[in-house]
Design a protein. Structure first.
Length: 239
């Protein structure tokens, strides 16, 4: 058989390559260890257990020993934190209110109270009874409505503009009979307000002056009701 010199050269190269691969990789016997997977992404715990013929026990990651607190899971702060002093009557009242109404939180209540305060002041200045009706109790609405009617009968008008609410502080809270919740808030705001007579003359306030106004308002809600809205039930001037 005549062998082409080129074929002989290619055969020699193939033999050399085969010999080198065998020396590097060796021969598989079925007892080799599986390849290392540093990230554990290729095999599950169950697969690793079957390979080692051992039972796989899953441990919670970073779980503390039994009976010891988890340092990474701190208990939530009391609902009154930042709004009352520890051990105070106000703190206890806010706790009771939160237990009776899980949806209650001082932070969200204050934010809603600020919105209601601005809407009520603005509605009263404009004489908008419809806007006020759903925000006030019947007694407070009747008082506001009478004041609006008297003002209009005299031909007076009020212009009021909010500059901002500087502070809103919960002064007291209570839960009566397990259902009637009341919260009293002191609002400190800055606004520009002026009252004009029929002739357009300023008879109260100053359309160019920013005044600081403090109001103490009490809101009430039945916590057993599906209606989540609070209503203004009392207003008073600070001492």
């Amino acid at each position: 058989m005549n062998l082409d010199p080129l074929n002989i050269l290619l055969l020699a190269v193939a033999l050399v390559v085969f010999w080198r691969l065998k020396s590097v990789l060796g021969t598989r016997t079925g007892t080799e260890k599986p390849p290392v997977d540093p990230f554990g992404t290729k095999r599950s715990d169950e697969q690793r257990g079957r390979e080692s013929n051992e039972t796989v026990v899953r441990f919670p990651q970073n779980a503390p020993p039994p009976g010891q607190p988890d340092p990474e899971r701190e208990p939530p702060a009391p609902v009154w934190t930042g709004y009352a002093e520890a051990g105070s009557e106000l703190a206890s009242s806010l706790e009771r209110l939160s237990e009776a109404d899980p949806g209650f939180a001082p932070r969200t209540f204050i934010e809603g109270g600020k919105m209601a305060y601005e809407m009520i002041v603005d509605g009263f200045a404009k004489g908008d009874k419809a806007a006020l009706k759903n925000l006030l109790s019947k007694e407070v609405f009747d008082g506001f409505a009478r004041a609006i009617d008297e003002r209009q009968a005299q031909g007076h008008r009020v212009e009021s503009r909010f500059v901002g609410i500087d502070k809103a502080t919960i002064q007291s809270a209570s839960l009566v009979g397990g259902r009637k919740a009341t919260v009293t808030v002191a609002f400190v705001s800055e606004m520009i307000t002026a009252t004009y007579d029929k002739a357009g003359e300023v008879i109260d306030g100053d359309p160019k002056e920013i005044r600081e106004v403090t109001d103490v308002w009490t809101f009430e809600r039945d916590v057993t009701s599906r209606n989540p809205n609070w209503k203004l039930v009392a207003t008073e001037a600070p001492d």
